[in-house]
Structure formats: structure tokens, C-alpha cells
Design a binder for this molecule. Structure first.
Ligand code: FAD
Length: 438
């Protein structure tokens, strides 16, 4: 798929002087970057998409709240539509409503099929490589080359030899940073707040003791088993989702911690939990490892951030894929109103669309909610989530990135349902809330 198609920006022939010219350069070919690049080309913009490994397959299990998915996503992109439940520390359950498990390969195929009008280049850019040039950008893409080597006795290149990277210069009216979280153009501080998880894929019949057919367990707050030496006191939960093909993912999850709970501890807790529940995990069962930041402040105006880089990430769930898929065509339409002639107006329009006042307020409240959990004594965290799922209000907090009313109602509902000790902590955290934080 690498190369040029349709009316896309044409790279210079090899050896020719001068940069490749485009209206939009999207850096990062994850779900957000691919969806946006496709939509930009469909909106008539000369579009380049650059990623260090544009052909690399995606392996993460992406899930979403269905109301956040774009309405016309083809059925091939969704693997299962279970009902989500939460399991409380004492074993009772709460119904959370519809859930969607995306078909990662199906989503990728759908987005790739729409890249026909996009020039896809293998290459990466660092912050220093993206330079304003008048009203446009000049971007130096580093294109991964072969490993060097002396061609000596081994007869080939070595993994330690320096790579012969090439560079390609792009002249773009607008650059989009869709390089994920932390943004590779503005790397975050090490040791930030991270979600971490360790999962295994097993047959759904084997998983029956912890997840029923037709259900997804969004959080099971029952203890994974007696505390073992070396484990932290930070509480974790089981996340269990069906793939729609007779298998399920069972994942021990630390929603957020600074720094992220180590994966070996999550693996051990999962092993203990599943053994205690009577779930046998066969040798060689596929594994999913999760580690990504959830509490990223909003990015700068330039270059325009999109996807996890901006960040569209919900700090309490880590979800950003559905909002990115939904926003991509709307953002592309805004950019196409002004590009290529007025990049400044396009940047302003992008900021307005992605971060209206309501979305900024919701983002601050979500980050505040996350801080409340992080500051909660570990033994109260399951009680907090018991209150969180007591009514429908929790779901309102989890969805609707510009729904300020729903978010506030969700937070108020949690407070009302919380036991006194949790309320006290919520009030203490509210007293430290900075309404103008990013
Ligand atoms: C195992 C796992 C499970 C997850 N589950 C969910 C889920 O259920 N729901 C959900 O919404 N989110 C989930 N997430 C979070 C998920 O990572 C993000 O929501 C999603 O991948 C963000 O998409 P993105 O396109 O913004 O960024 P990414 O998917 O991170 O894509 C960024 C792309 O940029 C490229 N890139 C990196 N550096 C550069 C550079 N310097 N120049 C150019 N390109 C660059 C990378 O190669 C990559 O292809 C999960 C994450 C993991 C790891």
C-alpha cells in the first residue's frame, strides 16, 4: 500500500531536487492518523501519511462505547456487541449497557481500503524535524534504511550496525501529529500516569466462570486472591471481552497508576485470579500486554494534534479510538474549507472543532476524576467504583467528550451513591480542583 495513488501528493522521483508538496501531512498511521488521512483525501486534499512502519499490523484489542462510534462503520469492523457489566467487590453485578469489541483487522482493512487517494510514506519525524516555513511547514522525514555492516565474515548486516536512514523533505500547508501517546513530537515526562494490563486469550467455554456468553465484563473488582509477597497494594480488576469467534480476552488491569503497575505483577495476579476461579489457561495462549499514558495534557495548536496525541484519550478508560474515528471526517471537512490557501485559519478551525469550550471543560473534569482515584487510599478504590456503577450516571462520565451536562451529572451521581469515606475523599479532591488546568 506504500506509494502513490489517485490524486495524492506525488513524491519527487528518486534523486530529483525539491520537497514533496502536500496540503496535509499526517504523521502517524494508527487508527486516528489513518482515519484522518483517508477523510482528508476524500475531501479533496493532497494528503501524505507518514509512519515508520506503515505496513505493520495492529495487535491491540480495541473496544468502544457504541454511541461514540461513527454511525456508518461497516459491520466488518466490529467483532462483537456484548452487554457490558461491572462486578462489584462483593460479587453483585451492575448492567452498564451495550459495548462494542472492534475487529482490529477488519477496522484496519476498512481504513486501508480508503487510503487509495493518500500517499503513504515510510518515515518518522521528531519535533525538530517539523519546522514552520512561512505560512507552511517543511518537514524532514527520516526514512528507515537498511542496516549497514562491513559485509565481512558473517556475509551480511548486523542488528548493531547503524542504519543507513535516508531523509525526505515534505512541504506541507498543515501537519497533523497523530503519533500516539505520548506524542513522539513532544514526548511526555517519563513515569506519568499509565494504564497497564496483562491479558490472555482463551476459549469462551473455559472462561465461563468469569464471563458469560453475550457479556463483556468491563470491571470485575473481586479480589484476584490472597495478597502475595511483592505485590503492591494498588487494586486491579479483571477485564473480559469476547472476540465473537468463540474466544475471549481475560485481562488483569490497572486502570491508572503513576507509574504504571508493573506487568509481571499483573501477570501473576491474573494467574492467581483465574486459578482461583477455575479457569484453565492452556500453554501458549496468546498474550496481550498493555501500557500507555492516560493523563496527557492538551497539546499545543501547532502542529494540529489528533487521536491519542491531542489527546482524545479518556483519562478514566484510556479509550480514544471511537472518538477519533467519529471526528476524522468532521476535521477533514474543516481543513478542506481552508486548505491549501489559509493554513492559519485551518489550524484555528481544527482547534475549535477538537477542543470547544465544552470539551475542554469535560477533559479537565475527567482528569480531575482520575486524580481523585489516584489519591484515594487503595482499599477505597473498589468502593468508589461500586458507587460509580450504582446508576446510569457512570456511563455518562465515560462517554460524550463534549457533554458537560452529562459529565457533571455523572460525577454528582457517583458522589450521591458513594459511602461516607469515599465522599470525604471526593470532597478533598474537589477542594484542590483547578478549573483552568489543561
Ligand atoms: C493493548 C492495548 C489495548 C488498547 N485498548 C484500547 C481500547 O479498547 N479502546 C481504545 O479506544 N483505546 C485502546 N488503547 C489505547 C490505544 O493505544 C489508543 O487509543 C490508540 O491506539 C490510539 O490511536 P492513535 O492512532 O492516536 O495512536 P497510535 O495507535 O499509537 O498510532 C500512532 C502511530 O504513529 C506512529 N509514529 C510513532 N512515532 C512517529 C513519528 N515520530 N513520526 C511518524 N509516525 C510515528 C506509530 O508507528 C503508530 O503507527 C489500547 C492500547 C493498547 C496498547
Amino acid at each position: 500500500m506504500t506509494g502513490t495513488a489517485g490524486g495524492a501528493a506525488a513524491p519527487q522521483p528518486s534523486g530529483a531536487p525539491g520537497p514533496t508538496v502536500a496540503d496535509v501531512l499526517v504523521l502517524g498511521g494508527g487508527p486516528a492518523g489513518r482515519a484522518l488521512a483517508a477523510a482528508c483525501a476524500e475531501a479533496g486534499l493532497r494528503t501524505l501519511l507518514a509512519d515508520p512502519a506503515p505496513e505493520r499490523a495492529w495487535t491491540a484489542t480495541y473496544c468502544a462505547w457504541p454511541e461514540e462510534l461513527p454511525p456508518h462503520l461497516p459491520a466488518t469492523t466490529v467483532a462483537a456487541r456484548p452487554e457490558a457489566v461491572a462486578v462489584l467487590p462483593g460479587g453483585g453485578t451492575r448492567a452498564l449497557g451495550p459495548y462494542a469489541v472492534l475487529d482490529t483487522a477488519g477496522l484496519r482493512a476498512h481504513l486501508d481500503a480508503r487510503l487509495a487517494g493518500v500517499t503513504v510514506l515510510p518515515g518518522r519525524a521528531a519535533g525538530d524535524d517539523v519546522r514552520p516555513d512561512g505560512h507552511r511547514y517543511r518537514v524532514r522525514l527520516r526514512v528507515p534504511g537498511d542496516r549497514g555492516g562491513d559485509g565481512g565474515s558473517s556475509g551480511g548486516s548486523s542488528d548493531t550496525a547503524p542504519r543507513n536512514d535516508a531523509t525526505q523533505v515534505v512541504d506541507a500547508a498543515l501537519v497533523v501529529d497523530a503519533t500516539g501517546a505520548p506524542s513522539r513530537l513532544r514526548p511526555g515526562l517519563a513515569g506519568g500516569t499509565e494504564q497497564t494490563a496483562w491479558g490472555v486469550v482463551v476459549d469462551e467455554r473455559a472462561a465461563a466462570p468469569v464471563v458469560r456468553p453475550g457479556e463483556a465484563v468491563f470491571m470485575d473488582w473481586r479480589s484476584p486472591g490472597p495478597h502475595r509477597p511483592g505485590w503492591t497494594d494498588w487494586p486491579t480488576f479483571l477485564y473480559a471481552v469476547p472476540y465473537g469467534d468463540g474466544t475471549v480476552l481475560l485481562e488483569e488491569t490497572s486502570l491508572a497508576r503513576r507509574p504504571g503497575l508493573p506487568l509481571p505483577e499483573l501477570r501473576d495476579r491474573l494467574t492467581a485470579r483465574l486459578a482461583g476461579a477455575g479457569v484453565t489457561v492452556p500453554d501458549g495462549a496468546p498474550v496481550e500486554r498493555v501500557r500507555f499514558p492516560v493523563d496527557t495534557p492538551r497539546g499545543p495548536r501547532h502542529p494540529v494534534g489528533f487521536g491519542a496525541a491531542t489527546p482524545l484519550v479518556h483519562p478514566a478508560t484510556g479509550f480514544s479510538v471511537a472518538p477519533a474515528l467519529g471526528l476524522a471526517p468532521r476535521l477533514a471537512a474543516e481543513l478542506a474549507r481552508y486548505l491549501p490557501h489559509d493554513p492559519a485559519a485551518a489550524t484555528t478551525a481544527a482547534r475549535r472543532l477538537l477542543w470547544p469550550r465544552s470539551a475542554r471543560a469535560v477533559h479537565r473534569l475527567r482528569r480531575h476524576g482520575l486524580r481523585t482515584v489516584l489519591e484515594m487510599p487503595p482499599h477505597l478504590v473498589p468502593d468508589f467504583f461500586d458507587a460509580f456503577f450504582a446508576g446510569r450516571s457512570g456511563r455518562a462520565f465515560l462517554t460524550g467528550r463534549d457533554d458537560l451536562t452529562g459529565t457533571l451529572a455523572g460525577m454528582a451521581g457517583v458522589f450521591r451513591a458513594a459511602p461516607p469515606a469515599v465522599r470525604t475523599r471526593m470532597l478533598r479532591s474537589a477542594a484542590a480542583f483547578h478549573p483552568n488546568g489543561r
